[in-house]
Design a protein around this ligand. Structure first.
Ligand SMILES: Nc1ncnc2c1ncn2[C@@H]1O[C@H](COP(=O)(O)OP(=O)(O)O)[C@@H](O)[C@H]1O
Ligand SMILES: [Mg+2]
Length: 242
């Protein structure tokens, strides 16, 4: 469903992706951990066509992601939800209007159909009570859930989570992780998640990868990766558990 084949990406002299390879099958969940600034968000941006590889290939839903083919990219993005590192809600729009925005911008659905869909996804993230509130009037955890509802509103097949736990206390973070797992179990969502939280990784990952210096140091079932003898993986995950 998602495939990166020998992807290289540099910004000037800085080599960020150096021959990255991975695959995510339908309904599967890949979680990527790694140091800040190593290039994890850059990986997600390649999947959604915000960046293009210098070399190699990115495939999503059987298509090569091509940032120059606007129309194909637009169609592909309808099948992909993106939960940004910071919820990226629009301050002056209500919760309802924030969630409705992708449908208003990319479809010609009636307001009645839009309402039904927005109410459905706000229900999924347990935010049905907050329609008329502004983002500034709700907590960080709620903003995250609204961001998630917005990512889900077009009924994507794939969802990309960039540090879904960022800025949340451990309890809210756990509740988001559980919600991510429910989406996978109940809707069969395919996902790629970047996180610094081991507990989030363990909750949602089928495959856990540790990324550094442009490549995965290791990738496998979370328990195997957490018990790995790889010295760098051990040090990194050991620190993440503290
Ligand atoms: N569009 C860009 N132009 C130049 N440099 C970038 C761009 N996007 C990311 N970078 C650089 O690539 C590196 C990896 O960034 P990023 O993927 O955001 O790291 P993280 O692993 O923390 O998500 C950083 O050094 C960042 O400055
Ligand atoms: Mg990042």
């Amino acid at each position: 469903m998602i495939r990166m084949i020998d992807v290289h990406k540099a910004f000037g002299k800085q080599k960020v992706l150096q021959g990255l390879n991975f695959e995510v099958d339908e309904g599967q969940s890949l979680v990527i951990m790694g140091p800040s600034g190593s290039g994890k968000s850059v990986i997600l941006k390649h999947l959604i066509g915000l960046l293009e590889p210098d070399q190699g290939k990115v495939e999503v839903l059987g298509q090569t992601v091509n940032i120059h083919n606007r129309e194909a990219l637009q169609r592909l993005r309808m099948d992909m939800g993106y939960l940004f590192q910071h919820s990226a809600l629009i301050n002056w729009l209500s919760v309802y209007d924030n969630v409705a925005l992708p449908l208003r911008e990319t479809t010609s659905q009636s307001e009645k159909d839009i309402r039904a869909q927005v109410e459905k996804v706000l229900g999924l993230v347990q935010m049905e009570e907050a329609h008329e509130k502004l983002p500034s009037e709700i907590s960080g955890g709620m903003q995250k859930r609204v961001g998630l509802a917005r990512a889900l509103v077009t009924e994507p097949k794939i969802i990309l989570y960039d540090e879904p736990e960022a800025g949340l206390d451990p309890e809210m973070s756990a509740s988001i992780s559980k919600m991510m797992r429910r989406l996978k179990e109940e809707l069969g969502m395919t996902s790629v998640t970047v996180t610094h939280s081991v507990s989030c990784a363990v909750t949602v990952a089928d495959t856990l990868a540790v990324f550094e210096h442009g490549q995965f140091l290791i990738a496998g079932p979370p328990t195997d990766v957490l018990n790995s003898d790889h010295p760098r993986v051990k040090t990194f995950l050991g620190a993440a558990l503290d």
